[in-house]
Ligand binder design. Structure first.
Ligand code: MFK
Length: 633
């Protein structure tokens, strides 16, 4: 046997230790070497002396799987670059994004990892027993704050440098930043939302200074804001779940008393929150109509205690562990009312719009990141004798992820485009309607896509995708929250129905007109014909459904709400992919992505309707299925 092996080695012209040695045999033999205290046959001693034995003594083997490498996420993203080239070919913006992409890959991504590894902790008391409620965050988390100011991650949305494209530019930057940010995008979302609320209400005292701080590029002045809305009775039904009361003070300010159950990121410098103003007898108005919007700064007294706040505990979350989220007792928090009394929900709605768009940017970014890493890994990992990139089934899976990612990106950017137009005062009525309708749609749809794509992405790394310190599982954990906070899928689906009803259907009218105009631009493009036909057909089905729905009972539409929202997302995204593929500089891959997307069921609400899913007989069947119990013997 030995002679055989040595001959094989010689025949292979061995230049490295393992050349020409049959791998299987080597592994088997090395296993026997590892048995402590056993006498090895001469043959094996000979092998070891020659340096051929793996896993012997201190050696742990010669093969190490190469890790996926994060390259400049801007340079790696064909669609982002194509989209910007088409819509805002501003050299300054592009060179800033390219430089930022370099910074993200080489510097920021490491900080993000540090934020994950060094999670925030709460110190309740100082060494001498005084209550301090100090949330200790990592140095990397603090660096993220400075970076966010310097790079204008909030400011660029307000500076107007790129006029109607300022939001697209800002969100492109956040899109590059998000998966490396250690979840710093969360405080930035709320900071942006707070700035928007203050700006729309009118930035006079006491929030004028705050607006300047939220939108500055100077790290030493920069503030982040919280959005403390969620109380113990739940986060969705804010109107009935909010117990916090606001007690009027003689100087016109208020003191807030209540319990906020989920506050992110709790190291904020200020917050916007909702509370019920008490009258002279201590009574309050119930429901949404009793809620007002308040502004409060987070500050400490001379003893180092938080003024009017006790941090009960940090939340133990599935993901987003990089970021402090806390339960807060508000015990006399000094605050100022920003809205008219009873107009709290309507006044904070601007913040919801902004944070929901940020949420969608993070969702698209998570998909893009996992696809970029999986793509890189496919060029490094060998299995069954060839690189993953040479396995067509593996590449088919990555291509499907890519189609989802492209669709999400275009949908998100289109909503950012609409926001930019509205903020520049050039939005048409159609734009305004579209923005209102598509904000909940993009949030709910991209969040679900992100969970699916990131989960698939982890699988493409095999077992390594499940190993914590690769950093990959964190992507999935963090994606899971995207469909929960800032309005769950069902709550946002109902928001879609509400905005349709409140606009007397005008938002849908705008939707149909715009999709038709996008399709019209592709009418002569034969390569896109199947996609155009599919979107056109789905749009007709949707129109039929909507017309019929006008005659249905409210319960019918409630059951259809989620499928309706998905239909709106899929059809609109199909139209955007087609439109992008019509661009003169579009690539064959842009066309292919549009075709593939349009093979989906684009109008699930019509499909499900045809199957009777919303009929009055269905809810009892659903309930019987959900609560099905074994029959008693
Ligand atoms: C990376 C990104 C990170 C993001 C950070 C997140 C961290 C924070 C964690 C959180 O989750 S914070 C809590 C998030 N909570 C929510 O998103 C609440 C979810 N629930 C809803 O959205 C409900 O639909 C809502 C609370 C708004 C329902 O309340 P109401 O009082 O029943 O609302 P109603 O009566 O429909 O509307 C009241 C007013 O607000 C109306 O104005 P008018 O009185 O002038 O007619 C509505 O038009 C307006 N409104 C409501 N929703 C709106 C809106 N306006 C514009 N857009 C909307 N979405």
């Amino acid at each position: 046997m030995l002679a055989f092996l040595l001959n094989r080695r010689a025949a292979g012209g061995c230049c490295r230790v393992w050349c020409g040695v049959p791998r299987q045999l080597v592994h088997i033999r090395s296993a026997s070497v590892a048995e402590a205290g056993t006498r090895r046959p001469d043959e094996e001693q000979l092998w070891e002396a020659a340096g051929y034995l793996p896993f012997s003594r201190a050696k742990i083997g010669a093969f190490f799987q190469e890790r996926p490498v994060l390259k400049n996420p801007f340079l790696e993203d064909a669609l982002l670059r194509g989209y910007l080239k088409r819509h805002m070919p501003d050299k300054a913006a592009v060179s800033d994004l390219r430089a930022f992409g370099e910074r993200v890959a080489n510097e920021v991504d490491g900080w993000g990892r540090e934020c994950e590894v060094t999670a925030p902790r709460l110190v309740h008391f100082d060494p001498w027993g005084r209550r301090v409620d100090h949330i200790v965050t990592s140095p990397a988390w603090k660096r993220m704050k400075d970076l966010s100011a310097q790079e204008g991650l909030v400011a660029s949305g307000y500076e107007g440098t790129f006029w109607e494209w300022s939001r697209v530019y800002q969100m492109s930057k956040l899109y590059l930043f998000s998966p490396s940010s250690g979840l710093y995008t969360c405080p930035l979302a709320m900071t942006d939302g707070a700035a928007k609320v203050i700006q729309s209400i009118g930035a006079s005292w006491p929030v004028k200074e705050a607006l300047g701080r939220l939108t500055t590029r100077q790290p030493e002045r920069f503030w982040t804001s919280g959005q403390w809305m969620t109380e113990r009775q739940g986060g969705s039904d804010v109107g009935h779940g909010t117990e916090t009361v606001a007690v009027p003070q003689t100087d016109g300010s208020f003191k807030l008393h209540g319990f906020k159950w989920f506050t992110s990121a709790t190291d904020a410098d200020m917050t916007l929150t909702l509370a019920r103003v008490q009258d002279g007898t201590g009574a309050t108005t119930p429901g949404s109509r009793g809620l007002s919007l308040f502004y409060a700064e987070v500050s400490r007294d001379e003893d180092g205690r938080l003024k009017g706040i006790e941090v009960q505990r940090l939340k133990d979350k599935l993901g987003t562990r990089q970021m402090p989220t806390a339960e807060l007792l508000l015990d006399g928090l000094p605050a100022h009312r920003l809205s008219e009394e009873g107009r709290g929900v309507a006044s904070i709605a601007n913040m919801l719009t902004i944070t929901r768009i940020h949420n969608s940017v993070s969702a698209a970014a998570a998909m893009r990141r996992v696809v970029q890493l999986a793509r890189d890994y496919a060029t490094r990992r060998t299995a069954f004798g060839k690189l993953l990139k040479d396995h067509p089934l593996h590449i088919q899976t990555l291509a499907r992820m890519e189609v989802e990612t492209r669709g999400a990106f275009l949908l998100v950017m289109d909503v950012c485009r609409l926001l930019g137009r509205e903020e520049c005062g050039i939005a048409t009525q159609l734009d305004t309607h579209l923005l209102r309708l598509l904000t909940p749609v993009v949030k709910l749809y991209t969040a679900k896509q992100a969970v699916a794509v990131v989960s698939e992405g982890l699988e493409s790394f095999g077992g390594q995708g499940y190993i914590e310190d690769t950093g990959l599982p964190g992507l999935l954990r963090d994606a899971q929250v995207l469909s929960i906070w800032e309005g769950t899928t069902n709550v946002l689906s109902l928001d879609v129905l509400r905005c349709v009803a409140r606009s007397s259907g005008m938002v849908l009218h705008a939707y149909f007109s715009h999709v038709k105009s996008l399709l019209a631009g592709a009418s002569g493009v034969s390569s896109l014909a199947p996609a155009v036909k599919a979107v056109d057909g789905a749009l007709s089905e949707l129109e039929v459904f909507v017309r019929g729905a006008a005659t249905k009972a409210p319960g019918y539409m409630e059951l259809a709400a989620r499928d309706l929202a998905y239909s709106l997302a899929r059809i609109y995204t199909g139209a955007l992919l087609i439109d992008h593929a019509c661009w003169i500089e579009a690539s064959p891959s842009d066309t292919y992505a549009a075709l593939r997307w349009c093979e989906n069921d684009l109008c699930p609400v019509a499909t499900k309707q045809a199957r009777g899913c919303f009929d009055s007989g269905t809810p009892p069947l659903d309930a019987a299925l959900v609560f099905d119990r074994p029959t008693q013997d």
